[in-house]
Write a protein that binds this ligand. Structure first.
Ligand code: TRP
Length: 452
């Protein structure tokens, strides 16, 4: 397994690859609807604090585990301590849960691209356009299936490199476009109120729910607590500075999320006519809000088309890497052939994704623990499984292999690791305690034992 692991040749190469997989729908679709729903600036502040402390610690630990062992999650934990082999398996379950619903949203992105490219700018900005679309049966499922098939074809043909190259060029364009759209939004009447909501924290809005949502988003967006960063670490050269790379990935990932929020949250204020409930639209927020922005701007049809194709690329690169992860786990485990494994995964993704898609329409009466089906899978992965994986990772590093092991790895070949103290205190005490509290409250809240 260990041989033939090609290394990234430069620090920037590593950062781009890791950030490329980290940047996706999490930043553009998920972050804005959470900020909008959970108190704007309050959520933003929680997120940033968590990213520089908690996210930093976990990402350093995961990348170091991978680089030290040269293995991906399942092998890495086992190699360092046999008793922790289960943790790699648990981490592997996360992408398996995420991929189907991720692809449902990917389908929505293609649908909106198709709408804009065929001149449907006005229609898409209509109040009922989104609800009519997801309320349907065939249409959302077909777009979802198209997304899955596209992803699978790339994985089967093994042309990820091509897609990655294309998306490496497109990603900066997406960043620039997002910044451009947010500037446009901020010049519109009524934007200031939304801007205030987005960046000013109000401690009175703070609740455990905000913290829980921010932490789940952190895991999701930075692809933590699911073994992905361990795999990336296994490809990282010893001479690349671990601390520096992690800081840059964080800045990049959080920066994109920040601008996506800046483009969407003030726009909600502008177009909702003061109706605050628009802020809690959830997964549909981007699709409801942005078409209104595009319809109001000159050349909006063109901008919308470009925007959705770029988001499609960001989504599909993440989906490819999710699918790759699942396929390689199954291939290792069952010794199946690649093509066969891909087909099994596609069938699984379709079967699991269809209920999530229908859950917004004809199956909206199915509400596991009071949520839509898609939100349920999202909750299970981000608010239950990932905190569990993160908790065990902290215990594993803090008390079994000891923080020293990671610190040594991070300081390999004389590299500086300045945040040793922060790392040690976080991984041994603060992070596990916070995780336990969050896990208990999230599960109790979901089961209706306690309301947050
Ligand atoms: N971080 C990705 C995003 O922001 C989503 C994601 C979660 C992901 N897990 C992943 C991407 C695993 C690649 C691999 O959209």
């Amino acid at each position: 397994m260990n041989e033939n692991r090609s290394n990234f040749t430069s620090k920037i190469g590593f950062i781009l690859a890791a950030a490329g997989s980290a940047v996706g729908l999490g930043n553009i679709w998920r972050f804005p609807y959470l900020v909008a729903k959970y108190g704007g600036g309050t959520f933003l502040l929680c997120y940033i604090i968590l990213a520089i402390t908690f996210g930093f610690t976990l990402m350093v630990a995961e990348i170091a585990l991978g680089r030290k062992t040269g293995l991906s999650a399942i092998g890495a934990f086992k190699k360092l301590d046999k008793r922790f082999g289960f943790l790699g398996v648990l981490a592997a379950v996360v992408p398996i849960i995420i991929l189907p619903y991720y692809s449902v949203i990917g389908g929505w992105v293609i649908k909106y691209f198709a709408t804009f490219v065929t001149g449907g700018t006005k229609a898409a900005a209509g109040d009922d356009y989104f609800t009519t679309f997801i309320g349907g049966v065939r249409s959302p499922i077909l777009w979802f299936a198209l997304f899955v098939v596209f992803t699978a074809v790339v994985v089967i043909l093994g042309v990820e490199k091509g897609i990655e190259t294309v998306s490496k060029f497109l990603m900066p364009v997406l960043v620039v476009l997002t910044i451009g759209i947010s500037i446009y939004v901020l010049t519109m009447d009524g934007a200031i109120e939304g801007l205030k909501y987005y960046i000013m924290p109000h401690m009175s809005d703070f609740s455990v729910k905000t913290l829980l949502a921010a932490m789940g988003q952190l895991f999701y967006s930075m692809s933590l607590a699911m073994g992905i960063m361990i795999t990336y670490g296994s490809y990282m050269k010893k001479s690349t500075s671990l601390e520096g790379s992690v800081r840059q990935i964080e800045i990049f990932d959080t920066g994109i999320a920040f601008f996506a929020g800046l483009m969407i949250v003030p726009a909600v204020f502008i177009f909702s006519g003061g109706d605050q409930s628009a802020l809690s639209a959830g997964p549909g927020l981007m699709f409801i809000t942005l078409p209104k922005v595009f319809a109001s701007m000159p050349m909006g049809g063109f901008v919308g088309t470009v925007f959705f194709i770029l988001v499609f690329f960001a989504a599909v690169t993440s989906a490819i890497s999710l699918m790759e992860t699942i396929v390689s786990i199954l291939m290792d485990r069952f010794k199946w052939k690649r093509k066969f494994t891909c087909i099994i995964v596609v069938i699984y993704v379709l079967l699991m994704g269809i209920p999530s898609s229908l859950g917004f329409g004809v199956w909206d009466f199915i509400q596991p623990i009071g949520m839509s089906i898609l939100d349920f899978w999202d909750f299970l992965s981000n608010s239950v499984l990932m905190p569990i994986v993160a908790l065990f990772t902290c215990i594993f590093v803090g008390f079994f292999i000891k923080p020293k092991t990671i610190i040594e790895e991070a300081s390999a070949e004389g590299a500086a690791f300045k945040s040793k103290k922060l790392f040690t205190v976080m991984i041994k005490w603060i992070a596990p305690i916070l995780l336990v509290l969050i896990l208990i409250s999230s599960v109790m809240n979901a089961l209706g034992i306690m309301s947050l």
